[in-house]
Design a protein around this ligand. Structure first.
Ligand code: BES
Ligand code: ZN
Ligand code: ZN
Length: 500
């Protein structure tokens, strides 16, 4: 799908449908909507009067233009209350409108930039949000359907802007929004992929292809190299599976080589059965999502390579599978991580922290700082924060607040949980330096404390996307299934860091 920007009157643009908008409570539309109303002989105003168009957020009324303007149809999108309007509402309105028009078979559509006429709204950011909303909202994962239910697709969105001077900044916003939304959809594609097709080897191959296509440095570690480095924690998870583990590293160099690279570490468990501590069978299929952190990091660095900020970024992605077998680790086993710390495995289902422990040790060996890890680490995070909020914890207050701020830009919600020292007690083992679970309380915090004990003094932040990586309900621009959560915020963060 292509998004282009032109300077033209909206009544004169020939296409399948043109989108205008209305704030809740407005009786006489002005601006572009007013112009459309006038061309239609006051039809929009009379539908408002009849109560058929209210301007409520999410409302999408489609009217046939019957030759009165060049477009076949007009969609009046509700923007909600003016005082509540913000960039995220633009994403939502853009997504709802694009989906409504796809439903009626429209292929070429046009739109004005919602919020463009409102004081304080930036045309570039508004256009970015518009592009993001449409691309994210129209996402579908249909590659395994042999018969596509309906071949309806939006092929082209044209943004109509009367003021020619604004066209370049709107173009800029569209470009950035397109890269960010496509990156999120890349994450979704990877996470929706079933684990029989997305094996650790396949994930590593995809990473290698991205590195080649986007000019990133690439190296990987195989099992033998991991043994040499002493990655006993990661290998203890991999040993139950017939699929060989891989640790993938991609580096983007946008700044001087002596400048430290930001480390992005993504949990890449392509399937988490729980291992010998087998998960209950109901809903186990969801555990193909356990590589969402890896997908986020991979898609984010691909977007970064396209946006070319002046900063160094390095992705470290452990790719492996957690399976039960005669070779699998057992609860009670003690293993040694790369930094020499011994870990007692209480449950083989707390495997994410085991692989992140060694991935963080390796990231430190590479000199990466700060380190941000993204992981579907716990089920507990859904109990604490639900399916829309990512938990954020870390030893670097500034980085935590920068990520929360990035989330405000992107509409992704983060909530900080504390890393109070006293819960470290819960991870004390009788026979090893550490055990891999606490006592079942404060699961998100103890998981993060475990990982943090490997980051030690290195500035580090952990994002637990165990709740947000997948959703069973649909909202305007978050489609059902994999959400791609945190992809846009991480890219936004890196862009902001590069400007400082
Ligand atoms: N991958 C799971 C966490 C998870 C569960 C993410 C459900 C998304 C949805 C992780 O490896 C795991 O099993 N965590 C355990 C930790 C516990 C054993 C300390 C959990 O959350 O139950
Ligand atoms: Zn697990
Ligand atoms: Zn897991």
């Amino acid at each position: 799908m292509e998004i282009k920007v032109i300077s033209k009157d909206l009544t004169e643009y020939k296409c399948d449908a043109v989108i205008v908008n209305l704030f809740e409570g407005v009786k006489t539309p002005g601006g572009s909507t007013g112009a459309a109303d006038k061309a239609l002989g006051g039809l929009i105003s009379s539908l408002i009067k009849e109560g058929e168009i209210t301007g409520k957020l999410g409302e999408t009324r489609i009217i046939h233009a019957q030759g009165k303007i060049s477009a076949e149809r007009i969609l009046v999108a509700g923007l909600g209350k003016q005082e509540d309007f913000n960039y995220d509402k633009i994403r939502q309105v853009s997504a709802s409108s694009a989906k409504a028009l796809r439903n009626v078979g429209a292929k070429k559509i046009a739109t004005i930039v919602h919020g463009a006429g409102i004081g304080g709204m930036d045309p570039k950011i508004s256009a970015q949000a518009l592009a993001e909303g449409a691309i994210l909202g129209l996402y579908r994962f249909r590659k395994y359907l042999s018969e596509k239910p309906e071949e309806k697709d939006i092929e082209e969105i044209t943004i109509l802007e009367k003021d020619e001077k604004k066209v370049p900044e709107i173009n800029e916003g569209v470009k950035q929004g397109t890269i960010l939304a496509n990156a999120t959809n890349d994450t979704r594609d990877l996470v929706n992929e079933p684990a029989n097709n997305l094996t650790p080897t396949k994930l590593a191959e995809i990473a290698k292809k991205i590195a080649k296509d986007f000019n990133l440095e690439y190296h990987d570690l195989n099992k033998d190299k991991m043994w040499e480095l002493g990655m006993g924690a990661l290998l203890s998870v991999a040993q139950g599976s017939d699929e060989p583990p891989q640790l993938v590293v991609l580096r983007y160099s946008g700044a001087e080589s002596e400048e430290k690279a930001v480390g992005l570490i993504g949990k890449g468990i392509t399937f988490d059965s729980g291992g010998i501590s087998l998960k209950p069978s109901q809903g186990m299929g969801e555990m193909k999502t356990d590589m969402a952190g890896a997908a986020v990091v991979l898609s984010a660095i691909k977007a970064i390579a396209q946006l070319k900020p002046k900063i160094n970024v390095c992705a470290v992605i452990p790719c492996l599978e957690n399976m039960p077998s005669g070779k699998a680790s057992r609860p009670g086993d003690v293993v040694k991580a790369m930094n020499g710390k011994t870990i007692e495995i209480i449950t083989t289902d707390a495997e994410g922290r085991m692989i992140l422990a060694d991935a963080i040790c390796y990231a430190k060996k590479l000199g990466l700082s700060p380190i941000i890890d993204i992981a579907t680490l716990t089920g507990a995070v859904s109990i604490a924060l639900g399916k829309s909020i990512t938990a954020i914890l870390g030893n670097d207050k500034k980085l935590v607040s920068d990520i929360i701020k990035a989330g405000e830009d992107t509409g992704e919600k983060f909530w900080e949980l504390p890393l109070f020292e006293e819960y470290k007690e819960l991870l004390k083992s009788d026979i090893a330096d550490l055990k891999n679970t606490g006592n079942g309380t404060a699961g998100v915090i103890t998981g993060a404390l475990f990982i943090g004990s490997f980051a030690e003094k290195t500035p580090w932040v952990h994002l637990d996307i165990g709740g947000t990586a997948r959703k069973e309900s649909e909202s305007p621009y978050i489609t059902k299934g994999a959400t791609g959560a945190t992809t846009r915020s991480l890219v936004d963060l890196i862009l902001t860091m590069a400007q400082k």
